[in-house]
Design a protein around this ligand. Structure first.
Ligand code: PHE
Length: 341
């Protein structure tokens, strides 16, 4: 009997070790350990033996039985591990923690828009609200109501793009002043931002550029208010800087001035300075007290109403702020340039 047991044990072992899958393993279990299994059959045969033999064989048989069970359990664990490994290597697995294959390029705010935003934020803090107007404008708003009649030389100065007179592309943001004042009574404290167009193209001019325009109207506005506002705006863009107000001329303001800021590159000493062409000052915009004729055009009483207005070119401010010396680089959309902001 002992040889029989050993033969069955060895045979079971080799079958278990080479069982290819859990299904086959189960079949082997039934074959040896099931109710009608080979080892179970041998257990039934014990009753035919002498008590001594039965005890001896019983012990051997139980040992073989439990060894076989352990063997099957181990193979089962092994097969489960093999199955998992096979699953993992079958198709390229998706690992969400791996870095992506392609770099993600994030866009950024264009430097001109960045400067516009800064101006808007600064002026909003002191009570301005943003007003808008059309880019395709009428002569009346762009010139006439701004005290610039037909034969006025300023109409030529600005090299206006006409679509079909009196329709034109606005040459400045000042028509927004007229539209706003016609729509509301004083006090007015607005800020107009946007694209303006002039037939001009060289190193320092593009046919389209951005302006920001401030207008403050009430019954007691003075030149001091205008200056204070410009000092404040410049401070929020460049840090506190000396300003210079040069008498100038605009049809819609009186008195008028051009505003110069002390050069941020040479700090005003002008030595071999490219930014200010060695003058120590850079021009940043135009301004003045609203002309009485403008008030008349919008139906305000110039005897009780006073106000100031100022305008600035945003490309110019951007170039000064970031030390850009070619205006065209703001329009080329070259990523290598824009990525620096
Ligand atoms: N509109 C003027 C220009 O484009 C600038 C300006 C605005 C001047 C407001 C005075 C007051 O040149």
């Amino acid at each position: 009997m002992i040889e029989n047991i050993e033969r069955i044990r060895d045979e079971a072992r080799s079958q278990i070790s080479s069982a290819p899958d859990p299904h086959e393993l189960d079949r082997i279990r039934v074959h040896y350990l099931g109710k009608k299994g080979l080892l179970t059959g041998l257990l039934h045969q014990l009753k035919d033996l002498t008590p001594d033999k039965r005890k001896e064989m019983g012990a051997v048989l139980n040992q073989v039985k439990s060894d076989t069970e352990n063997h099957i359990d181990r193979r089962q664990t092994e097969l489960a591990r093999i199955e998992i490994e096979r699953e993992l290597t079958k198709t390229p697995s998706l690992d969400l923690t791996l870095p992506g294959q392609y770099a993600v390029h994030l866009g950024s705010v264009h430097p001109v828009n960045r400067v516009i935003d800064q101006c808007v934020q600064a002026l909003k803090r002191v009570g301005y609200s943003v007003a808008t107007g059309p880019e395709v404008e009428l002569e009346y708003y762009n010139f006439e109501a701004l005290n610039t009649p037909d034969d006025h030389p300023a109409r030529d100065v600005q090299d206006t793009f006409y679509i079909d007179p009196p329709v034109l592309l606005r040459s400045h943001t000042s028509p927004v002043q007229i539209r706003t004042m016609k729509a509301q009574k004083p006090p007015v404290q607005i800020l107009a931002v946007g694209k303006v167009y002039r037939s001009d193209y060289d190193l320092t001019h593009t046919p389209m550029f951005h302006q920001i325009e401030g207008l403050m109207v009430d019954d007691n506005i003075s030149l001091a208010d205008l200056k204070g506002t410009l000092y404040y705006l410049v401070k929020s863009l460049f840090g506190a800087r000396p300003l210079r107000f040069r008498p100038s001329y605009f049809p819609f303001t009186e008195p008028s001035a051009e505003v110069d800021m002390q050069c941020i590159s040479c700090k005003g000493n002008g030595k071999d300075c490219r930014m200010c062409k060695s003058t120590g000052w850079v021009e940043i915009g135009g301004c003045g007290m609203v002309h009485p004729n403008v008030f008349k055009a919008v139906g305000y009483d110039p005897d009780v109403t006073s106000g100031f207005a100022f305008g600035m070119g945003m490309e110019r401010i951007t170039m000064l702020k970031y030390g850009i010396d070619d205006l065209r680089s703001l329009f080329e959309n070259d990523h290598r340039m824009l990525e620096q902001f």
